[in-house]
Each structure stands twice: as C-alpha cells, then as structure tokens.
Design a binder for this molecule. Structure first.
Ligand SMILES: [Fe+2]
Ligand SMILES: [Fe+2]
Length: 350
C-alpha cells in the first residue's frame, strides 16, 4: 500500500495503487497541462457535465427513499428483469417463494452497487481528484472527480439503506456472498496479471463500469407495480450516472492519449474480460439460493442452463456494452487482431 490514496480508502481490498501506474510514466504528478503528454487531437477539450451538480445531484437534492407500510403489497423488483423468474419451474413455486426470489435479486443488485461504488470506483475517483493516478487531466476534471466521489458515496449509502429497509419490510433476510461476484472476478483478473499492469487494469475496469452502468440502469421500468422507494432510488442513481458516463468517455480519451503503444495493446486485449467481470451474472450464488427453496440439484441446473444460455448471455452483454465498445473502438483498441479475437471469444461480436 502506497499511503497516498490507500490510507483513506483501504488499498487492501484490491491491488490498485496509484503510484504503480505513475511509475510506468516517468513524469512527476503536477498541474502540468495534458497537452504536454498528448497531442491536442488525442486529448479532448473538456466540457463539464457537472455545471449544475449542486442543484441536480441526488446527494444534493433527492429525498431519502423510504418504504411505507402500504407499499409492501407491491413488488420489490420487477419479475421481467429477473431472468429465472421467467422459467416454468420457478413460476410454479409458491407465491411466497417466488417473491423471495425477486427480493434476493434486488439484494444482489444493491450489494453489487454499494461495493462497486465504495470499494472500486471511489478509489479511482479519489486518485483522479488527488492527481495520483498517473493520468493527467484538466483541473476541472479533477474537481468533477470529487463531485462524483460524493455521488458514489451517496449511491452506496442509498443501496445499503434500501437493503436494510427491504429486509425489515419483507422479512426476507439477504443471502449474499462475502464478496460480490464482480469483485471476485476482478481480483482473479488482477491476480493473473504482472504487478506493474494491475493499476492500469483497475483504471480500465472503472472506465468500463462507469460507461456500462448507465445502460444497465436504463433497464429499470417505470412501473407502478414496483415499490416506489426502489423505483425512485434506481432513477436517482441513473440520473447521476448519465453525467458519470459522459465524464468517463472523455477520461478514457485522456488516458489513451497518454498510454504507450504496448499499454494500448494490453488494454485492448483486456477490455472484453473486464466487461465480462461487470456483466456476467453470479450463477454460483443463484444455485445456492435456488437449492435452498427445495428444488433438486437437477432442477436447479435445468433452470440455469435454460435461462442463461450462451446466446442469451452474449446478447445481453453485446446490447449493454454497445457504447463502451464504441469508445474503445474509436480509439483503435480493437485494431489489434488479438484484441479482436478476445472480443469474439467473449461473445461481444455476433
Ligand atoms: Fe454510482
Ligand atoms: Fe458512477
């Protein structure tokens, strides 16, 4: 742990250390203009999406989203967005169990959100704000990173608050793994990389997460059947993430302009695996959950095999990652045949 950023946010959760990325670029962190390292053509001009942040950010203006007693007759999560809820074996379960499956899906989503924000995204944001990631950005971008740092902390708080309220009102206790699936996958990917590549990989994961998350939040329907606190909390998050998406699309261009050719090649080849870490479902915890409802091991395997077919998984991944892939494509990240092969291998090219 370097002590620069880690002392505030706890580096032990992941291998990312701002200084290790810095070490790859023999330039001292300073307020030096980004043009010093990248051509004007590659490093875009920055137009902040955060000009009205004080009036519009959820952390500044949204009320606490509270579940009322009357709401509990409504659904805690939309069955249309819970893939296993479409399977006949699951539809045939008692209503109490079927509703518990929707609630556990919500818990997994909220746990994913909270831990993504405070364990991963905010580590990078504090690094950008502090100027210690090794990527030079305009001062305005460093300032906006602090605004996003507040946003993400609030998203984590809202997610944990909502999970606690749902547990209280539904009586369904959250069954969650110690670490969400995406974090285990990310840690595996990082562990397999040489130490000097890990900081860049984690930075890429944050760019990918922040440009993918708005597409995944857009799936939440504005249905009156859903508990309003859940619906509104997700909407609050989606509005903030629209600004974050715009920021990280620009941040990627700054990052790319400052990478060496071999680092760009490394990045292009790693992107599909990092997108998978964000997008693939946690089938392991789903198996454990379904088995707990009295379904046999064969029935559980049948449900998972029939719901999460390779075609369904890759169709969802392709649709959700469309914008993220486009940003990397525009930078030539997939021009390298091995990067393109990885994209194919992970189902991102139909
Ligand atoms: Fe967020
Ligand atoms: Fe975000």
């Amino acid at each position: 742990m370097c002590g620069t950023v880690g002392m505030f946010v706890g580096c032990s959760a992941l291998s990312y250390c701002p200084r290790s990325l810095l070490a790859a670029h023999p330039v001292e962190p300073s307020d030096e203009a980004p043009e010093d390292r990248a051509s004007a053509e590659e490093a875009p001009e920055y137009r902040s999406a955060f000009q009205s942040w004080y009036d519009r950010a959820s952390v500044r203006q949204a009320p606490r989203r509270t579940i009322l007693e009357d709401d509990t007759a409504l659904q805690f999560f939309s069955p249309d967005l819970v893939p296993v809820a479409q399977h006949p074996l699951v539809k045939g379960l008692p209503e109490r169990v079927f509703n518990a499956i929707l609630v556990q899906h919500l818990y997994r989503y909220l746990d994913f959100t909270a831990k993504l924000e405070y364990l991963v995204v905010n580590r990078t944001l504090v690094g950008i704000a502090h100027g210690s990631t090794g990527v030079r950005v305009p001062e305005e971008m460093r300032f906006d990173a602090l605004k996003m740092y507040c946003d993400e902390a609030y998203h984590a708080l809202s997610a944990v608050d909502l999970r606690r309220q749902v547990e209280h009102h539904s009586g369904v206790r959250a069954q969650l793994p110690d670490e969400p699936f995406f974090l285990r996958r990310l840690q595996q990917i990082l562990a397999e990389l040489p130490a000097e590549e890990r900081a860049l990989a984690e930075l890429l994961f944050v760019v990918i997460s922040e440009t993918l998350i708005s597409a995944s939040l857009a799936e939440i329907p504005d249905s009156d059947d859903l508990v309003p606190a859940v619906r509104n909390s997700i909407r609050d998050h989606a509005l903030d993430e629209g600004r974050h998406h715009a920021y990280f699309a620009v941040f990627l261009r700054h990052l790319w302009a400052q990478l060496l050719p071999r680092e760009r090649q490394f990045a292009g080849r790693l992107v599909p695996k990092l997108m998978d870490a964000f997008l693939l479902p946690d089938l392991e915890s789903l198996r454990t959950e379904l088995t707990g409802y009295g379904l046999s091991a064969d029935q559980v395997e049948q449900i998972i095999a029939e719901v999460y077919t390779p075609e369904v998984l890759s169709r969802h991944s392709r649709a959700t990652s469309r914008m993220t892939r486009r940003y990397f494509e525009q930078l030539g990240a997939f021009d390298d045949p091995r990067a393109l092969a990885e994209l194919h291998a992970h189902g991102y090219v139909s």
